[in-house]
Every structure is written in C-alpha cells, then in structure tokens.
Write a protein that binds this ligand. Structure first.
Ligand code: PNS
Length: 163
C-alpha cells in the first residue's frame, strides 16, 4: 500500500493546499495531512482548530483515502510510525525551491528510505499562502475562494476577531 504524508503548518489550510492534496490523493492509496504541532512557530490557529478544519474539508470534499492528524518531533519519524514511504510537498514558485531543497536534504540524511514528491501549484494559486490569507482576513478583505468553502465562514469570523 502506497502511503504519503502531506506535512505543513496549514495555518490555515488554503485551496492551494487542497489542490496539492487532491493530486496526492489520486496518486497514493492513503494520504495523511499532518499538521505540525510546534508552538515555537506561534501559529494563529491552535493545532486542534487546524486539524478540525482539515477534517471538515476532507468530509466535505469526499476524500475517502485522506486522514488528518497532528505531529510533533521529526517528520521522518512520524512518517515511519504511520508507514508512509513518501512525503508530499507543493511548489508554488522558484522561491519555494531553496527551502524545499534544504528540507529534502535534511530528511534524506535522517532517513534515505523516505522520498519526497512535489506537485507544482496551479498557476491560479501561485500567489496564495496561509500568511496572505491571515493578513487579508485580519484586515477585513475577502478570503472567499482562497480557503475551502466549508471553512470560509469560520475563518472569516475567526480572523476578523484576531486583528
Ligand atoms: O508548511 P511549512 O511550515 O512550510 O511546513 C514545514 C514542515 C512542517 C514540513 C517542516 O517544518 C517539518 O517537517 N518540521 C518537523 C521537524 C523536522 O522534521 N525537521 C527536519 C526537516 S526540516
């Protein structure tokens, strides 16, 4: 069984992430969306909120072979624990490459058996990031169409309260 883990901060999960996830779900038997539980990154959304929003999105999109979970510690250790042979990452632009190149080098050093596969973001999402969504939402702009529709109202209210 081919299992992939799609890790990230997902603070919050955007439609760019959803695009990558749908591609991965079509390729792997099972995909875990793994939310990094690291308070050092000072996320706006708690890990519980992020997992809950992702679970709602999985349900609403009918993604039968996708699960969501939180993880702490090293990603390769978590991947081994859930039996994932692949890490899934998205690439939006050349600026992502340097960062991904470094993460891949570290992960390969730690566990060469776990390989990373990349999906290019759709050009329509190449500008989109979680930090853009947070900033737009906190400043009262519309985030409709930037986040999964099932989470739109929750995120709009939550980010408006955040500012
Ligand atoms: O969405 P992000 O914040 O770019 O995701 C980064 C993530 C979660 C993939 C990365 O920070 C990570 O894997 N952290 C877990 C700790 C770890 O394994 N570090 C070694 C590789 S950098």
């Amino acid at each position: 069984m081919k299992i992939g883990v799609y890790p990230g901060s997902f603070d919050p999960f955007t439609i760019g992430h959803l695009d990558v996830l749908k591609n991965a779900a079509g390729l792997f038997d099972l995909v875990y969306v793994a939310v990094l539980n690291n308070s050092a990154k000072s996320p706006v959304f708690s890990v519980e909120e992020r997992v809950e929003m992702i679970n709602r999105m999985i349900e609403s999109e009918g993604l039968k072979n996708v699960r969501s979970d939180a993880f702490g510690g090293l990603l390769v250790d978590y991947a081994k624990q859930i039996g994932a042979q692949y890490i899934i990452r998205g690439l939006r632009a050349i600026t992502d490459f340097e960062y991904e190149f470094q993460i891949d080098a570290v992960n390969r050093h730690l566990n060469p058996e776990i390989r990373t596969v990349y999906f290019m973001a759709s050009p329509a999402h190449s500008f989109l990031s979680s930090s853009n969504v947070r900033e737009i939402g906190e400043m009262g702009g519309s985030i409709e169409g930037l986040v999964p529709q099932c989470n739109y109202h929750y995120l709009r209210e939550r980010l408006a309260r955040q500012k």
